[in-house]
Design a protein around this ligand. Structure first.
Ligand SMILES: [Zn+2]
Ligand SMILES: [Zn+2]
Length: 157
């Protein structure tokens, strides 16, 4: 099921935000591409994730491992910290195996054939915590965990 509000956390309707990019329109900046890749993780659009990778890195993608991770993880909040040149620094949260994972990443992007694509990340900082359903979500949204990064997508569908 496709969401009404874009899962990239822009607050915009999905159809006016990341949907055109998922359908093949070029992103106008590394930040837009990064957001659309996060949204693709949330809606488990494996093809888009693979397609938006830089061609040099694409051959190394373990599609099966990626598909497995996508089906096991529920993606919550995304916060873009800084977009500068061809890099984007962001934090995101996803739920997997009863743990809330926090990922802080600096990603590099390249332009190929008029499309921004994801090239690589600095070694990301990853940390996992146990959070109760009714606890305040550690992503800083102020909402209860069950109403936020705890599988918001799964609950809505
Ligand atoms: Zn979006
Ligand atoms: Zn949250």
């Amino acid at each position: 099921m496709l969401p009404d509000i874009c899962p990239c956390c822009s607050g915009q309707p999905y159809q006016q935000c990341c949907a055109p990019l998922h359908a093949g329109a070029p992103a106008d900046s590394p930040k837009a591409l990064m957001r659309s890749r996060f949204a693709a993780h949330a809606i488990k659009d494996l093809e888009y994730i693979v397609r938006s990778w830089a061609s040099a890195a694409r051959a190394d993608i373990d599609r099966e491992a990626l598909a497995q991770w996508l089906s096991a993880a529920e993606f919550g909040q995304l916060m873009v910290r800084q977009a500068q040149g061809d890099t984007v620094e962001f934090e995101c949260w996803y739920q997997q195996d009863g743990l809330l994972h926090h990922l802080h990443d600096l990603s590099h992007f390249v332009q190929e054939d008029g499309h921004w694509r994801y090239a690589r990340s600095e070694p990301p900082k990853l940390k996992a915590t146990v959070v109760g359903r009714n606890d305040r979500c550690p992503c800083g949204s102020g909402k209860k965990h069950k109403q936020c990064c705890l599988g918001a997508m799964a609950a809505a569908s």
